[in-house]
Design a binder for this molecule. Structure first.
Ligand code: ADE
Length: 252
């Protein structure tokens, strides 16, 4: 079994959303669903609509200053997030999913995974009244430089990425340390092969069939480095041996 980060504690997350049903496939199926059923993870929901105003539970209104779209009103958002926070111990982290946030990285995922609980606020429409953010002071996180129609898919990305760091979620034999951007070197992953040996005339690299574990590890590392250099040279910047690495100190 590989090494897990020692401080992964997130078991319980609460999502604040207008569309809790969107999360059902994630919670019921595959790796995440199995972990929920085994009690390794728990995801609850606060339905933002419950905190809406009036008989119709209105949660949005037109923007001051004009312009297209609607804005989520501050009070329903504040009250919903406060209700979500009340379900968690002190020190839980609140994340607002928005394209204005800091772009999610594996390092941020590892850090979030150490929280005693997560509250994930999903925006909709043109966004949330800025005063709700002033009051709640959430961490604002984006999953990339593109705009989704709401924060729900982004929240699922965060939930999945954090969940798989929890021991037992992936199954005993796999370790998140070996992933691309894993604990180790932060390289892209090496290529993988499985049976059959021949796929449309394309074989499997000889070294993987030889059983020499040292040679296999060396081949995989070389492949990971070559891929990273070709596809994501930005990940290598500043590393020893890369062109922009600081010059080695002269011998004393
Ligand atoms: N909501 C809309 N677009 C988003 C993005 N790129 N990341 C996180 N939340 C979002």
């Amino acid at each position: 079994m590989g090494e897990y980060p020692p401080s992964v504690t997130v078991v319980h997350s609460t999502v604040v959303t207008l569309f809790p049903d969107l999360f059902r496939p994630l919670l019921e199926q595959s790796v995440f669903g199995r972990a929920v059923r085994r009690g390794l993870l728990r995801v609850d929901f606060v339905d933002l609509r419950t905190f809406g105003e009036g008989r119709h539970r209105v949660v949005d209104d037109r923007p001051f200053g004009g312009g297209p779209g609607m804005v989520l009103m501050a009070e329903p958002v504040i009250r919903a997030v406060e209700a979500a926070r009340a379900r968690h111990p002190r020190g839980c982290r609140t994340v607002y999913l928005s394209p204005q946030g800091r772009t999610l990285t594996q390092a941020m995922v590892r850090d979030l995974a150490t929280a005693p609980g997560l509250v994930l606020l999903c925006g909709r429409y043109e966004g949330v009244d800025e005063r709700a953010l002033e009051v709640l002071r959430p961490e604002e996180v984006s999953i990339g430089d593109y705009v989704l129609s709401g924060g729900e898919l982004a929240a699922m990305v965060v939930l999945d990425a954090v969940a798989r760091l929890r021991p037992g979620v992936l199954g005993d034999e796999r370790s998140p340390a070996e992933d691309s951007f894993g604990e180790g070197e932060g390289l892209l992953d090496h290529p993988h092969y499985t049976r059959p040996l021949d796929v449309r005339g394309i074989g499997v690299p000889e070294v993987l069939r030889g059983g020499n574990h040292g040679a296999i590890a060396a081949w995989r590392r070389a492949q990971a480095l070559a891929r990273t250099r070709a596809r994501r040279p930005d990940l290598l910047r500043g590393r020893p041996g890369s062109p922009d690495a600081p010059a080695a100190a002269p011998p004393a």
